[in-house]
Each structure stands twice: as structure tokens, then as C-alpha cells.
Design a protein around this ligand. Structure first.
Ligand SMILES: [Zn+2]
Length: 158
């Protein structure tokens, strides 16, 4: 199995425990732009990952601060699924990836930066994106790239 190499995530994961507030609880209180929020649903929302594995890397989380996957209410789980499916469609149209990885990282060892607020990752994939340079090139212009990507996806959302 090929893995995406995103070395800045290691630094992020190592520092995640020192952060004062859960980024999902923080982002939902911020305006869309500073929070990188792409779509707000009734019980869950979609936002761009500030430390992406790939450009267009979205996360879908419940508003409620819940760390147990099994602790999600059925309505929350359904809305997370619907937002994730819409994210795949929107990313597919806006960024034309060749595939997607969707999944939950549970626990620090599995790569979760935030362990006490569950979230599903939606990561678009392109052939060759395991190479370091295309990803690094995106990261060098990260703040602007993130904001323009956020706007593009928010506007494309059905
Ligand atoms: Zn939280």
C-alpha cells in the first residue's frame, strides 16, 4: 500500500495535545473563511483540513464534541454520510481527482490529530500524488490556496 507522505502532519500531530481547544469546536464558531468551513448542515459540517494530505482534503464532523464513533447519534451519522457523499461529488467536479480515500482515524497511532472529536476524512487522490513535490508545492502557498479552495468548493456545493 502506498502512503501519502505529509511530513508537516507529524509536527501537527505531535503538537496537537498542546492545543488549547478542539479545532472542530473552534471552527464551527468561527466565520466560514477563518474556520475553513465549506458547508454547514443541521448536525454536522464540512471543513478543509489546515494540514492536508492532499489539496482539497476535507473533513466532516458532528457539531457535538464526541470522541466515540459509536457515540454518534443516528441522525449525526446519516448527515456525516450525506455531507461526505456530497463532498465527493463537489470535489470530483471542482478538482477532477482520479479517486478518493474516505475514512476515520481513531486514536493517535492511527494518525488522528484530534482524538476526542470524531471526524471523517475525504481525501481526493491523483496518480502520482504520493510524490513529495506536488504536495509540498501546494503547502508553500497554503493560506491562499486553502482560502481559494474553500471558496471554490463552497460555491460548487449543491
Ligand atoms: Zn470538539
Amino acid at each position: 500500500m502506498k502512503q501519502l507522505w505529509a511530513p508537516w502532519r507529524l509536527e501537527y500531530i505531535q503538537s496537537a495535545d498542546q492545543q488549547e481547544e478542539c479545532i472542530f469546536c473552534l471552527a464551527q464558531r468561527l466565520d466560514d473563511e477563518p474556520g475553513l468551513v465549506v458547508r454547514r448542515g443541521e448536525r454536522a459540517f464540512a471543513l478543509l483540513n489546515r494540514y492536508p494530505y492532499a489539496s482539497g482534503h476535507l473533513m466532516v464532523a458532528p457539531y457535538r464534541h464526541e470522541g466515540d464513533l459509536g457515540g454518534l447519534h443516528a441522525e449525526e451519522a446519516l448527515e456525516i454520510h450525506d455531507l461526505s457523499a456530497a463532498a465527493v461529488r463537489v470535489l470530483g467536479e471542482a478538482m477532477t481527482p482520479q479517486g478518493f480515500n474516505l475514512g476515520w482515524n481513531l486514536g493517535r497511532i492511527a494518525g488522528a490529530g484530534i482524538v476526542d472529536h470524531v471526524h471523517q476524512h475525504v481525501v481526493p487522490r491523483w496518480a502520482g500524488d504520493t510524490n513529495f513535490m506536488p504536495v509540498l508545492a501546494d503547502v508553500k502557498v497554503l493560506p491562499e490556496a486553502l482560502e481559494s479552495t474553500r471558496r471554490k468548493l463552497a460555491e460548487a456545493w449543491p
